[in-house]
Design a protein around this ligand. Structure first.
Ligand code: AMP
Ligand code: AMP
Length: 361
């Protein structure tokens, strides 16, 4: 595992006035690059050949490194180039999904914005649960054996898979029928069946607040709230019930985008306190705790009870709804603030006061 000392040694060789902000070309890269440019940084994009068009049409990356596979980020040549350009990498969902936390912890020597250790907590469901429980949040019940299904459950797979292949079941029989259907439709493999995670399905409205914890300013800000737009669950209302029954519609949850939300104001006190307590606990479980963006994935019931089913300890793609501005970023900053820019602003602040080592790991 790469130690903080090694990262600090890399950082000491950096030219502090010439920091570049880099990331993988996907997920929230445009958000991150735009923010970096607006705060005066150079940018670098590690991009798959087939996706280069994005960074040509939105030319926000000063340098594009083309790869066949995101795992090439870990190769010596690319890491050398990133260090030469004084790059700080901003991790997002594609880092977990296509490289994996263990490889990042062991092989990525380039400084990352944020606390690496928490990426490990984020990708381990048991650790996540422990973190959220200790923060006093309300979680849905979870179990692993389909025999224990005694009400509506959602079946999930590990890793940031964006809801692909998730399905609902109400009994052990419907679980097996639907799992078979999902395997047939190519959503997951039979050998992954044992890795399924079952969670009590909470009937309520989804909302995903995106927070930012600044260790420099010592505040937890809320920069935006979104919900997901998912195929096919979000379109079943367009198909009459009779046809749904006829085709035995079995919806899944593949995310295709996000929709902004402004929250009922009387829900904000609870949401804000949840963000604060998650940060407090993060300092105990992985000192110095969360640095920068994180998101709580919640469902709010008609009793206004807030259930949290997941945490992302990094920028989420839902924060892309705020590119330009969101109501909550506007309230604190006026126009032109959003997660990518807030990250760049923190890096800029830290470099100005010579405290970069406090925000990269
Ligand atoms: P991608 O590079 O688009 O494949 O995204 C990397 C990971 O983040 C995948 O596991 C996606 O499912 C997830 N992801 C991408 N975009 C979103 C989004 N808008 N909302 C939630 N998850 C996402
Ligand atoms: P995820 O990829 O885990 O963020 O979830 C995919 C979809 O399932 C989203 O629409 C979530 O709101 C929904 N979801 C996940 N867990 C639950 C739950 N325990 N109860 C209700 N909806 C959920």
């Amino acid at each position: 595992m790469i130690t903080k000392n090694e990262i600090d040694a890399v950082l000491r060789k950096y030219e502090i006035r010439k920091i570049t902000i880099g990331t993988l070309g996907s997920h929230s890269a445009l958000n991150i690059f735009k923010g970096a440019k607006e705060e005066g940084f150079k940018t670098i994009c590690i991009c798959k050949k087939e996706d280069e068009i994005v960074y040509q049409r939105f030319p926000l990356a000063d340098e594009v490194i083309l790869v066949e596979d995101f795992k090439e980020l870990l190769g010596d040549n690319i890491q050398k180039r990133l260090k030469q350009t004084n790059t700080i990498l901003v991790p997002h969902g594609s880092f977990n999904a296509y490289i994996g936390t263990e490889k990042i912890m062991d092989d990525l020597h380039v400084p990352l914005f944020g606390n690496r250790e928490l990426l490990r907590w984020e990708t381990n469901r048991e650790k996540q649960k422990e973190w959220l429980r200790r923060a006093g949040l309300t979680l849905p019940k979870t179990f692993t054996d389909p025999q224990d299904i005694d009400g509506l459950v959602i079946a999930k797979f590990s890793g940031a898979k964006g809801g692909k292949g998730y399905f609902l079941a109400n009994s052990v029989e419907s679980f097996h029928n639907k799992a078979r259907d999902m395997i047939k439709r190519g959503h997951f493999r039979r050998e992954d069946l044992g890795k399924i995670h079952l969670q009590e399905y909470i009937i309520g409205a989804n909302s995903y607040p995106s927070f930012f914890h600044s260790p420099l300013k010592k505040v937890v800000e809320i920069l935006g709230i979104d919900k997901r737009y998912e195929s096919t669950v979000d379109i079943i209302g367009r198909i009459p019930a009779s046809e749904q029954l006829e085709i035995a519609l079995n919806p899944t949850y593949t995310v295709i985008g996000n929709i902004p939300i402004t929250m009922r104001e009387s829900l904000l006190p609870a949401i804000l306190r949840m963000g604060d307590s998650v940060v407090t606990v993060s300092k105990e479980i992985a000192p110095p705790g969360i640095i920068g963006p994180f998101c709580l994935e919640t469902v709010i019931t008609d009793d206004l009870e807030i259930f949290t089913f997941e945490i992302s300890a990094r920028i989420v793609a839902g924060s892309n709804v705020g590119i330009g501005t969101s109501p909550y970023a506007y309230l604190n900053y006026g126009e032109g603030m959003y997660m990518g820019r807030r990250i760049a602003k923190e890096i800029k602040h830290a470099s100005e006061i010579l405290e970069l080592e406090k925000i990269v790991y």
